[in-house]
Design a protein around this ligand. Structure first.
Ligand SMILES: NC(=O)c1ccc[n+]([C@@H]2O[C@H](COP(=O)([O-])OP(=O)(O)OC[C@H]3O[C@@H](n4cnc5c(N)ncnc54)[C@H](OP(=O)(O)O)[C@@H]3O)[C@@H](O)[C@H]2O)c1
Length: 371
């Protein structure tokens, strides 16, 4: 998305906005780490303005017009749910009074591909799923146009930095006419953890292994090591700053040796270690600077974008953050000599769910404003 405007206030084209329902119906798709944590939050904290009416994962879904009790619902899905059919779920949401908010907490490209359709249909969408916001630039323009026509809201603050106030800060600067000169940072807690271990002199395979043990990697660690996830976050960040950027424009330094990229997962996990260690030794031999390694994403106003290893002084702000934290540096017309720094946990189910919930409440507030 660009930083122009990501939300339009007004429920006029909502599916059944004229009903008397007071609470906003919400449908949560994805019951994994983040989805589960969001349901825990809904169970723990009283949010009378929200009513969970639908829940789905890749296998089963539940729908109840009168509302679903969030506590323990994931364990009830298998027994009480029916086979997931997202289109059928949408049809039922259309029958509700009140403008529903659909919350996509999957990492599914297929689910993300329906975001613009949902917006056109009058739903608001909140998501932690990066696929739509980092997708092809023309699709993105179409999604933005949808927002204008359908008069609904799209919130995706948790797609970068797990909801640390990065996108919002960039968007505010851009909207006020303060040109963003550059954004750089550590966009991946997993790769920060890995780089910290490498900087301490540990073997590459050992660091990957530790990250896996701590649940920091995807089941296939190559998804983290390839740098593509960081590149997607960089694309979303650039667009918030009004910089045109597609994934294909990003210079990506993959940490996966080319030969290993296509191995079946079990082979990679079983036999890949010596290759990873050898590739890291090559990187060490070729490095042109001293310092500690960090996996940095950076983009400037001209659209030059790179994700890869940088060797930094030990007292550089990027070198001093916690092992799984994110940090971002924003330079703009007004923040050139002293850039804005934002740092904090850039992953974690609970912190992400808190920010997803804030996005849901923000979306609700925007269309309950009377005018
Ligand atoms: N984890 C974090 O700290 C974090 C932080 C920021 C952003 N995010 C983003 O948040 C999203 C969720 O992350 P996660 O860690 O919660 O992932 P996860 O634990 O793998 O959960 C993903 C959920 O999506 C469901 N799903 C997948 N494909 C689906 C489909 N086609 N239809 C319906 N449901 C589908 C899965 O169903 P099953 O249960 O049936 O497999 C699962 O419940 C991802 O996009 C991720 O990048 C995560």
């Amino acid at each position: 998305m660009t930083g122009v405007h990501y939300e339009v206030l007004n429920p006029v084209s909502s599916p059944a906005h004229s009903g008397l329902r007071e609470a906003t119906p919400i449908a949560v798709i994805g019951t994994g780490n983040v989805g589960g944590a969001l349901l825990d939050l809904l169970a723990e904290r009283d949010h009378p303005g929200l009513e969970l009416v639908a829940l789905a994962n890749s296998r089963r879904m539940l729908f109840c017009e009168e509302g679903i009790t969030a506590a323990g619902v994931v364990s009830r899905l298998d027994g009480e749910g029916e086979v997931t059919d997202i289109a059928a779920l949408e049809t039922r949401l259309h029958g509700l009074a009140g403008q529903a908010i659909i919350v996509d907490l999957t990492a599914s490209a297929a689910v993300a591909a329906t975001h613009s359709h949902w917006l056109k249909a009058g739903f608001s969408v909140v998501t932690a799923n990066k696929w739509a916001a980092s997708g092809d630039g023309s699709d993105n323009q179409a999604l933005l146009a949808t927002l204008g026509q359908a008069r609904t809201g799209y919130r995706y603050s948790t797609t970068v930095g797990a909801g640390l106030p990065l996108l919002e800060t960039i968007r505010r600067l851009h909207q006020s006419g303060d040109r963003i000169h550059s954004v750089a940072g550590l966009f991946s807690g997993t790769l920060s953890f890995l780089m910290k271990g490498l900087g301490d002199g540990r073997a590459f395979s050992e660091c990957v292994h530790q990250a896996q043990q701590q649940g920091l990697t995807e089941p296939d660690p190559r998804l983290d090591l390839s740098g593509v996830d960081v590149a997607r976050k960089l694309v979303i960040t650039a667009r918030a700053a009004g910089i045109k950027l597609d994934l294909a424009d990003v210079d990506i330094e993959s940490l996966v040796p080319e030969a290993l990229a296509t191995w079946p997962l079990d082979c990679f996990l079983q036999d890949g270690e010596p290759y990873l260690d050898a590739a890291w030794q090559d990187t060490l031999a070729q490095r042109s600077a001293n310092g500690v390694p960090r996996y940095v994403g950076s983009v400037d106003h001209s659209g030059t974008a790179r994700v890869g290893i940088q060797w930094l002084e030990v007292d550089h702000p990027f070198a001093t953050v916690g092992p799984t934290d994110n940090i971002f540096e924003i330079r703009s017309d007004s923040y050139q000599d002293t850039p804005i720094l934002i740092r904090g946990p850039g992953a974690g189910a609970r912190v992400t769910a808190v920010q997803v919930l804030a996005d849901v409440l923000g979306a609700r507030a925007s269309f309950t404003i009377s005018y």
